[in-house]
Design a protein around this ligand. Structure first.
Ligand SMILES: Cc1nc2ccc(C(=O)NCC(C)C)cc2n2c(-c3cc(OC(C)(C)C)ccc3Cl)nnc12
Ligand SMILES: [Mg+2]
Ligand SMILES: [Zn+2]
Length: 344
């Protein structure tokens, strides 16, 4: 099974650089993909500490470091669904908690903030770069384990997270009371299962209704819908950065989709058009994805938190860039060029 060596732990415990460089990483437009892979875990510890969660929940630094190293090792080398995706989703949870002052203003509790950040880190653990429907259609072992409940991959990510928490010296929650521990694990379960696209699509209308009615601090339903919205925003946060990040991320996502499409063709199944490298028109697909999924989600966030309007504006700007790329691409396509190289 996965191994984490003591010298890995001590190297993280002694890294001062992350602490000194903290000031610039709390800006919404900062892309965590710029951080050196060897320094990511140090930054994770610093982010928990910067939000007062190490103090509040008596998180032991060596336990937290060992947990983080196991989580990092728990991600595969998929083009998109790898450690850097998890780290960037986690960094966004830090950004919204800090910049929207979610705990001080009473939108979420400190325990919910802790569960939200840990869920972001663990939400895609051991992802294979293929979708839930691929698991079902090709009858993978994960499908045989979880297909009766649905959200096959998300149930696996949750199982992997719980497995790491139960590994010797990795239970970061051993300073919580029994009741807090139970509440925290229930939150992590709900939040990781909420990252299933199908789950999000079922909830988004209620989230839009909540934003237009106005957030009710005393409504359990509003508080839960907000946490699910924050998870989806975090999962999509690459689209709130500059065009280079947004386009590079799309490239990585389509590398996964096209590999899955190749597999499906080899198995005699016809892939979705967006997974077929012969048919997919990436700019048009991205305009649809941003229009139907990404911009609506950040519009809701901006309605609830006007300070988050800059995030919505970035997603709208990136969609505009795809519209320009699409027009340029179509002209090139007419004249016979079919590869994406023209966008580089
Ligand atoms: C750049 C980018 N393009 C994408 C293009 C298409 C799709 C896709 O699944 N289309 C299926 C139709 C039915 C909508 C996802 C894309 N995508 C995601 C993503 C988001 C996910 O789910 C949440 C976070 C809940 C929305 C789950 C998985 C993934 Cl890969 N992340 N970045 C991207
Ligand atoms: Mg996922
Ligand atoms: Zn994800």
């Amino acid at each position: 099974h996965m191994q984490v060596h003591p010298e890995d732990v001590s190297r993280v415990l002694n890294c001062e650089r992350a602490h000194d460089l903290m000031p610039e990483i709390d800006l919404f437009y900062f892309s965590p993909r710029k951080i050196e892979e060897s320094e990511c875990v140090c930054y994770c510890v610093e982010m928990f500490d910067d939000l007062g969660l190490v103090q509040q929940w008596q998180l032991k630094r060596d336990t937290l470091t060992r947990f983080l190293l196991f989580v990092k090792k728990g991600y595969r080398d998929a083009p998109y669904h790898n450690w850097y995706h998890a780290f960037s989703v986690f960094h966004f949870s830090y950004l919204v908690i800090k910049n929207l002052r979610l705990v001080e203003r009473g939108f979420i509790s400190s325990l919910e903030a802790l569960a939200f950040m840990v869920s972001c880190l663990c939400h895609d653990l051991d992802h294979r770069g293929t979708t839930n429907s691929f698991q079902m259609q090709s009858g993978t072992e994960l499908a045989s384990l979880y297909s009766s409940e649905g959200s096959v991959m998300e149930r696996h990510h949750l199982a992997q997270a719980l497995c790491i928490l139960n590994t010797d010296g990795c239970n970061i929650f051993d300073g919580l009371t029994g009741e807090q521990y139970g509440k925290c694990l229930d939150l992590i379960r709900d939040l990781i299962l909420a990252t299933d696209l199908a789950h999000h699509i079922r909830l988004v209308q209620d989230q839009e209704k909540m934003a237009s009615e106005g957030f009710d601090m005393n409504s359990t339903q509003h508080r839960q819908l907000l946490l699910f919205l924050l998870m989806t925003c975090a999962d999509l946060s690459d689209q709130t950065k500059d065009w280079k990040v947004s386009r590079t991320t799309a490239d990585l996502v389509y590398q996964e989709f096209f590999s899955q499409g190749d597999l499906e063709k080899a198995m005699g199944n016809a892939p979705l058009e967006m997974m077929d490298r012969e048919k997919a028109r990436i700019p048009d697909l991205q305009i649809q994805f941003l229009s139907h999924i990404v911009c609506p989600v950040f519009k809701i966030l901006a309605q609830l938190f006007p300070e988050a309007d800059c995030l919505l504006q970035s997603t709208v700007k990136n969609r505009h860039c795809w519209e320009q790329a699409s027009a340029f691409f179509a002209r090139k396509w007419e004249s016979g060029h079919s590869s994406l190289d023209i966008l580089r």
